[in-house]
Design a binder for this molecule. Structure first.
Ligand code: SF4
Length: 253
């Protein structure tokens, strides 16, 4: 089994805030897959989007040291498992599969998730959620999931509404399989209130929503409150929260 990897490291989960299903503030081992089929304007993993250009991957030698070893792509499943286990500090909440988009390599992802479950770890999936057919294959192995709702301002695809509907479908698939799921919505000063209302209507009764300002933060507090109020009005006040990319303030990975 071969994987196109970007990196493996140990850090704090900085996103998700306090909504149910979030692992904010928990320690995780992050497994970043190379490759993504979307093109969000503010993507912070742009160097990993075209998997064919990611000729090598890296793993942290020791947590928080910033020291990495490099290996050529594609990686073997054994090498990735080995890198993960080296970074097990004994206080790991879960293994985070992130990207890029991990579900694009669903067979390898599934094999890795199975392996980590077998070794006693919980699986945490970070996905754009646009591929519910692939999500189905790994949903039974997923303990936690953060699924994006891509706002129109992300300009991730041409048919943005259709993407949102597929993301909601992925959330439903994961929920039905028993995973704890929350939806993550990155907002900007251009995000429309009526769009947030639409997302909230789709998510109502399905999953909580973490609203995350785009980094560097350019949305004003008043606007952010307005979007929050709109979502909470539809979904219920206990089902919405803010999320910030706290790991960036800590200057850790
Ligand atoms: S889905 Fe994530 S990895 Fe893919 S382009 Fe958007 S922000 Fe980047």
């Amino acid at each position: 089994m071969r994987l196109i990897m970007a990196e493996v490291f140990n850090s704090w989960q900085g996103e998700g805030g306090s909504v149910e299903g979030s692992a904010f503030g928990r320690r995780q081992i992050f497994v970043r897959f190379a490759g993504c089929d979307l093109h969000c304007e503010w993507c912070d993993s742009k160097q990993y989007i075209d998997a064919s250009r990611v000729s090598r991957w890296r793993y942290e030698v020791e947590p928080f040291t910033g020291k990495f070893e490099y290996r050529p792509n594609p990686a073997s499943l054994e090498d990735v498992v080995d890198a993960i286990l080296r970074l097990d500090t004994g206080d790991i909440h879960s293994i985070s599969y992130t990207g890029g988009e991990p579900t694009l390599q669903v067979k390898a992802l599934k094999a890795l998730m199975e392996r980590m479950k077998h070794l006693g770890f919980d699986n945490f999936l970070e996905t754009h959620g646009g591929l519910p057919g692939l999500i189905k294959e790994i949903a039974p192995l997923t303990d936690y999931a953060s699924v994006d709702i891509k706002d129109e301002t992300a300009k991730a695809v041409d048919d943005w509404r259709n993407l949102v509907l597929r993301e909601v479908k992925s959330i439903r698939v994961l929920r039905e399989a028993g995973a704890k799921v929350y939806a993550k919505l990155v907002v900007t000063s251009e995000t429309k209130v009526e769009n947030v209302r639409w997302y909230a209507e789709l998510l109502k009764g399905l999953a909580p929503l973490a609203i995350q300002p785009r980094e560097p933060i350019e949305i004003g507090q008043e606007r952010l409150m307005e979007l929050y109020r709109e979502a909470a009005g539809v979904m219920g006040r206990k089902n919405v929260g803010l999320s910030f990319q706290v790991h960036k303030y800590l200057t850790v990975l």
